[in-house]
Structures are given as structure tokens and as C-alpha cells.
Design a protein around this ligand. Structure first.
Ligand SMILES: [Zn+2]
Length: 341
């Protein structure tokens, strides 16, 4: 592949919202590389394996570590160091926000999927982007049937976390949880799994629900500026992704349920007005626990309490827009063998 076009692509995917003119080139091993849009690049081996993989990062523009991880994988493939044997779609989610070093330009992109981008009469950068990302993922997965569809949406959290790396497994509508997916996550150092309790407007839920993909949202640690992330902390994930991309027959080690910690969502607290406030410190880490009966938040006359024996907070943010989720409350859960496929 022409190096200058790759540089153009990477520069644009990181630093420029402008669209790149579509182009297509071939790698020495016969793989076809197509840029579909700014920050959207599809690689198709001449003889692809049986897993189609979407790797998305930068859905929140300041979550730099996953963007850097995906850039390393992409560079390794394009330079010939890493053979690509699976169809692969790289998505750098929000180049405009990445360019500004912010989480979002106007709206949280990860609340705009499953058609939410078209609800109401707002028009903005993130809504337009969500609509296009839905189309790209649909086009990518629907290009062929009968293969496993995987989507890893890579994020980092705003705050510290009692469990540094965790996955949010989208609501399955009663379908079993995928054993190999959990095994992959566990061997990639993601040993805490949060089971979602209902439909959402996140990217991973969209791919799971609409396209039958095994999709998860991954939180890989705390947000740092570009260049200040320690690659070593993501080594296990990077190594697993390299295996998945380059070895069609690769399988993660067999899942040991004793090695994963599972939570289920038990309440979702929605901000109703500007009076909304938490009754715990703003600096609290994800998965900090509170006993039954604790007053968690207030909004005018409304109050929220811990209802289970013990609940933990995930993603508390009193600064969200009205009508948005201010915090997820989770409680420890069991994943038994009969809940797996
Ligand atoms: Zn994020």
C-alpha cells in the first residue's frame, strides 16, 4: 500500500473531520484495502477466514488508548508485519471530537444508535455520523452470511475503576451468553462483565440486535491524552486481537467461570432536571459499593435509594443532559453454565 495514502488516512482519522476521497489498494498478500469514509477502513483478505470483525474506537473522541491500539494493529497489517486473514472493519468513531481532544462535539455518539440519531428534530455532527456508522457496519456484516460476526467497541472510562477493565454485554433478549466471547474477554484481561438489563442506543447493542453480531462495549482503563497511555496495560487485549486477525483457527483458552466477575444492571437513574444531584462524592471510582437503603441521588422531590443488599455505581455523571442516564447501578450476579451457549 502506498505509504503516503496510509499517512493521509491516519492523519485524517485522528486529526481531521474532512472526508477522504474513497480509495482502494491491494496489500502484497492480496488483501484489498478500502477507505469508506474518514476513519472507516475495510480490509478484505483474498481468502478470508470465518469471522468478520469490527473494531471501533474513538466513539468518544478523547478516549485515546483504544485509538492508539487500533492504529498499531492497522499499521502492523498495512506494513505487512501482521497477516490479516479475517475480514476487518476499523472504525475511528468520532474524528471531529478526536481532533478537538473532546469526548463529543455536541452529543454523546454512543447514545445515538438503533435509530436514535433520527429521533427529535436535532441535527448535528454526531447524529449524522451515527447514521453513517450504522450503514457501514450493516454493509460490512451483510456482505456475507454463515460466518461469525464480532464487534468490539473499545472505550476508556472517565474515572478510576475498582476493576480496571470491564465489558458491557448488551441485552440479549433472553438469548444465551456466548461462551467463546466471554473466554476471549477473560483471556484479554477483561475479567469483569456487566450484563445489560434492556435495549439501549449504544453501538454494540445495535450490532448485536440488528446484525446478530457478538458485540460488546469494552472499557479498558482511564482516559489519558494521546501519547500518555502505557501500551503494556493493553498488551493482553492487543495480543488476543492479533491472534484473532491473523490465525483463522485460533481459539481463546477454555472459559473458567471462576475467573470472571459478573454484575447485572439493577437500576438506571435518569436525570430529570438541573436540580439533579448525587449524594456521594463526584470522585468515586466505578464499582464503588453502597449498602441497602443508601440515598444515592435526588432530583427535586424524587429520590433514589439502594434497593438490593448492596449496589455498585458505574459511570456516575451528574453533568449529563436532562433525560440522559446519570448513573448505572449494578449488583453482583452469577453466570451459570445454563445461561451460556
Ligand atoms: Zn467511551
Amino acid at each position: 500500500m502506498n505509504g503516503s495514502r496510509l499517512d493521509d488516512f491516519l492523519a485524517l482519522s485522528r486529526a481531521h473531520p474532512r472526508e477522504l476521497a474513497p480509495f482502494q489498494e491491494a496489500l502484497p498478500d492480496g488483501s484489498r484495502v478500502q477507505v469508506w469514509d474518514s476513519g472507516v477502513l475495510c480490509i478484505e483478505p483474498a481468502v478470508p477466514g470465518n469471522r468478520d470483525l469490527v473494531l471501533s474506537s474513538g466513539i468518544h473522541g478523547n478516549e485515546t488508548a483504544p485509538i492508539e491500539l487500533c492504529e498499531r494493529l492497522l499499521n502492523a497489517i498495512l506494513s505487512g508485519r501482521l497477516p490479516c486473514r479475517q475480514r476487518l472493519l476499523f472504525i475511528f468513531g468520532n474524528p471531529a471530537a478526536m481532533n478537538l481532544g473532546v469526548r463529543e462535539v455536541e452529543e454523546n455518539l454512543n447514545r445515538l444508535f438503533s435509530g436514535a440519531h433520527a429521533r427529535g428534530d436535532r441535527h448535528n455532527h454526531e447524529r449524522e455520523r451515527a447514521a453513517r456508522l450504522e450503514q457501514y457496519v450493516t454493509r460490512f456484516f451483510q456482505a456475507r452470511d454463515g460466518v461469525e460476526r464480532l464487534h468490539y467497541d473499545l472505550h476508556t472510562a472517565i474515572r478510576p475503576s475498582a476493576y480496571e477493565k470491564f465489558a458491557i454485554y448488551p441485552f440479549t433478549h433472553g438469548a444465551p451468553y456466548h461462551r467463546r466471547q466471554l473466554a476471549f474477554l477473560c483471556s484479554a484481561g477483561v475479567d469483569t462483565i456487566l450484563l445489560a438489563h434492556g435495549p439501549t442506543t449504544t453501538f454494540s447493542y445495535f450490532s448485536a440486535r440488528n446484525l446478530g453480531a457478538h458485540a460488546v462495549t469494552l472499557e479498558l482503563g482511564k482516559v489519558m491524552p494521546f501519547g500518555q497511555n502505557e501500551a503494556g496495560r493493553f498488551a493482553a487485549m492487543e495480543c488476543n486481537l492479533e491472534q484473532l486477525i491473523s490465525e483463522p483457527d485460533w481459539q481463546p483458552p477454555v472459559l473458567d467461570l471462576n475467573r470472571i466477575r459478573v454484575f447485572r444492571v439493577c437500576q438506571e437513574i435518569i436525570k430529570q432536571s438541573e436540580q439533579f444531584c448525587f449524594h456521594f462524592s463526584d470522585a468515586v471510582a466505578n464499582f464503588s459499593t453502597f449498602p441497602a437503603g443508601t440515598l444515592l441521588a435526588e432530583d427535586g422531590a424524587q429520590q433514589w435509594f439502594v434497593r438490593e443488599r448492596e449496589e455498585a455505581v458505574v459511570f456516575p455523571n451528574a453533568g449529563v443532559a436532562k433525560g440522559q442516564r446519570a448513573v448505572l447501578m449494578v449488583t453482583a450476579a452469577e453466570l451459570s453454565a445454563d445461561m451460556l451457549d
